[in-house]
Design a protein around this ligand. Structure first.
Ligand SMILES: [Zn+2]
Length: 365
């Protein structure tokens, strides 16, 4: 193919560790109901690192390569016929999961997929967004106001906690009244911090716990939105919780399975614990089963897992990103601690990204 008909992309050979490389894809053209999106920025997350380490990920049918990236912000460059609601020049984020034919997917809830036959762009069976341009069905695009250009790349990770809170709200319809006042967030990565912003924006008292002692950039963000940060290196979770009021809501987002079980021990009566960590491996650990079981029974507590997000979580997230900017101007963008330079920095992506909060890849316009 000639240079004008192809475009660069960042890909791996799934199943083989450390195979990040530049590749070429055919330059796509939008068909009916589709938009051509020029990629502006892509976030890198733990899932990408797991795919690079060959712990996860699969290529599209007929390919041995998978283009990485599922946290995208782009600009619509062209549209095909019948693309109501999306126009040239729109700032957009694309959702990640694409439905199979299961009852949940058919009902518009691919995030609750029953058959597990879905694809996910940049993760499972479909190319991702670390590419110059991509074509997408406009039903999978979410339009953002131009004012959210600096933070829009964080929409996809925000939807993880948007869904978590929506699930908790749905579950708590069992109660005559549900007005959570206190929340604990385990983990101060992007998910934990976006969770802190979300719950603080709802007026909930938030404690974020993580390993690193303060001061650090994550603790500064927690404090910037009026939350409290505590280091587990200094105080164990049970000891921390003993000095605090009972938690109505807990989000577990550390990636450490042990902490999911410790969190069960500090959840308040009638509370909800939402597990959000994708924990690999086969770790086995002793757990105080009688005490945890009794606490859940006597306290009417709920433990729920949550993965991915629905389209409604993306639209809710757009509104909340705007709310965060109103409440704490510039704070959300401080989650982006590393900026890589598009296709030129492919070696840095391959080499792994050192400890920060969120790395994004900037693509030249
Ligand atoms: Zn499904």
């Amino acid at each position: 193919m000639s240079a004008s008909t192809t475009m660069p992309a960042i890909a791996v050979y799934p199943g083989r560790a450390d195979t990040v490389h530049l590749t070429e894809l055919p330059r796509p053209t939008p068909g009916p109901g589709e938009a051509l999106v020029r990629v502006r920025r892509v976030g890198v997350c733990g899932t990408d690192q797991e795919i690079i380490a060959a712990l996860f990920g699969s290529p599209p049918t007929g390919s041995d390569e998978l283009v990485l990236g599922h946290e995208v912000l782009g600009v619509v460059e062209a549209t095909g016929p019948r693309t109501d609601g999306v126009r040239e020049g729109d700032l957009v984020v694309a959702t990640v999961r694409r439905p199979d034919g299961c009852p949940a997917c058919l009902a518009g809830q691919p995030d609750m997929c029953v058959w597990q036959g879905f694809t996910e762009r940049g993760i499972v069976g479909a190319h991702g967004y670390m590419v110059e341009r991509f074509v997408e069905d406009v039903r999978h695009l979410v339009v953002l106001p131009p004012a959210l250009e600096s933070v829009g790349v964080l929409l996809e990770p925000l939807t993880v906690v948007e869904k978590a809170l929506r699930q908790a709200d749905l579950i708590q319809r069992r109660l005559a009244s549900w007005a959570p006042k206190t929340a604990l967030i385990l983990g101060a990565g992007p998910i934990g911090l976006l969770g802190a912003l979300l719950l603080r924006s709802r007026g909930i008292d938030v404690v974020v716990v993580a390993r690193r002692p303060a001061p650090n950039p994550a603790a500064a963000i927690v404090e910037g939105c009026g939350g409290r940060y505590a280091s587990l290196r200094e105080t164990p979770l049970a000891e921390l919780a003993a000095d605090l009021p009972p938690f109505d809501l807990v989000f577990e987002a550390t990636g450490v399975a042990q902490l999911a079980f410790e969190a069960m021990g500090v959840l308040g009566s009638n509370g909800v614990l939402v597990l959000l960590s994708n924990t690999g491996g086969d770790e086995v650990a002793p757990v105080p089963v009688a005490r945890l079981n009794l606490g859940f029974v006597q306290g009417n507590k709920v433990l729920v897992g949550s993965v991915n997000a629905a389209h409604e979580d993306f639209t809710a997230g757009v509104a909340d990103l705007g709310r965060f900017e109103e409440l704490w101007p510039g704070l959300t963008a401080r989650l982006i601690t590393h900026r890589l330079n598009g296709f030129a920095d492919v070696a840095r992506i391959a080499g792994g990204i050192d400890e920060g909060i969120k790395a994004v890849i900037e693509f030249a316009q």
